[in-house]
Design a protein around this ligand. Structure first.
Ligand code: FES
Ligand SMILES: [Fe+2]
Length: 340
């Protein structure tokens, strides 16, 4: 039998997005601190914090809430149980059973109702005075519950960034808890300059386009590194749709329209310290290339690759976020001592 012919020539008009770009050795790397001006980062953070999230908090991924089992989360100091009704719609309620307080996490869902594991009380099909329910939203990738924090005005749905169509994209999701407040996660992303210095294995040739950037939007050119010798240059934008979300959208280059959404959900109640926050990062990657459609067939593997890369970066970034939180706490403690 003749071996199957293997096509090694790219399709007509195909041009590789990969550029030869040797990684700068550490001793020749230039610091970026003079571009990463604290006043500018703080102004962008203040603008982001002024955007009301409408009470919406990311509680997990859509896939985690199954039809037959509930899921529990602690957000903003409160236990929230999430489940699905008979139509598959997302529902949310208090995490403690109103009878004797059993945890409603991981319990059976039958005919769209939660069955308490201790004595079988069925919950969720009608309102009860002794058990709170919350507005819930499933955006197809993430699940949200509405628990307005102090000062927030509720909205009907969370403000969602524009994602590429699902049938033309691959989503990868990473979550990490960290000791900090949501604002520290956002502040890390509003300092893109750290990327080229703190993660030289992942980014290089980073420059912010000042003429296109404002306090609400950062436009930059950056190369995503593929090892020591090659990189993929792109133009990207960072913007915050609300105080707990920052999105990076690819404006030009490989993956045009792809988005990385970083969501920060407080675990602890507002004002409680040490504060704990969950970072949820969703990468929705798309490409017009024929090869990308083939990659969709391997989307689980690709999503695993996205998760691996994001996890590596977040080891550094969560340390950064924890540090800015710690410094703020120390400053607050000193101010407290001084006022006594
Ligand atoms: S604690 Fe839930 S039914 Fe008794
Ligand atoms: Fe980073």
């Amino acid at each position: 039998m003749r071996p199957m012919a293997l096509r090694l020539t790219p399709p007509d008009g195909w041009r590789s997005p990969v550029r030869y770009s040797p990684q700068t050795p550490p001793e020749r790397l230039s610091g970026t601190w003079h571009q990463a001006r604290p006043a500018r980062i703080h102004a962008a953070l203040a603008a982001a914090l002024a955007r009301d999230p409408g009470g919406w908090l990311v509680c997990g991924t859509s896939a985690e809430v199954r039809a037959d089992r509930s899921m529990m989360r602690v957000v903003a100091g409160q236990e929230i149980v999430l489940w699905r009704d008979t139509d598959g719609n997302l529902r949310a309620g208090g995490g403690a059973c109103p009878h004797l307080g059993a945890s409603l996490g991981g319990c059976d869902v039958v005919a769209g109702r939660l069955l308490c594991p201790w004595h079988g009380l069925a919950l969720g099909d009608r309102p009860r005075r002794d058990w709170p329910t919350y507005a819930a939203h499933d955006d197809g990738v993430l699940v949200w519950a509405r628990l307005p924090l102090p000062g927030e005005k509720t909205t009907d749905a969370p403000t969602l960034p524009a994602r590429p169509p699902r049938h033309q994209s691959i989503a990868g999701i990473v979550t990490h808890p960290v000791t900090c407040e949501p604002r520290d996660i956002i502040a890390n992303r509003l300092d893109p300059w750290h990327g080229a210095w703190l993660h030289p294995y992942a980014f290089s040739d980073l420059s912010v386009d000042e003429s296109e950037s404002t306090v609400d939007r950062l436009v930059l050119d950056v190369s995503f590194r593929l090892g020591r010798h090659f990189a993929v240059p792109v133009r990207a934008e960072f913007a915050c749709p609300d105080a707990r979300t920052i999105c990076m959208t690819i404006l030009d280059g490989e993956g045009l329209g792809s988005i990385v959404e970083t969501h920060a959900t407080p675990i602890t109640a507002p004002g409680r310290h040490p504060a704990r926050t969950v970072m949820t990062e969703v990468t929705v990657a798309t490409s017009a290339r024929p090869g990308f459609q083939a990659a969709r067939a391997f989307s689980r593997l690709v999503a695993a690759g996205i998760r691996r890369t994001a996890s590596q970066l977040w080891v550094d970034d969560l340390t950064y976020a924890a540090r800015t939180y710690e410094l703020r706490r120390r400053a607050a403690a000193s101010a407290n001592d001084a006022s006594r």
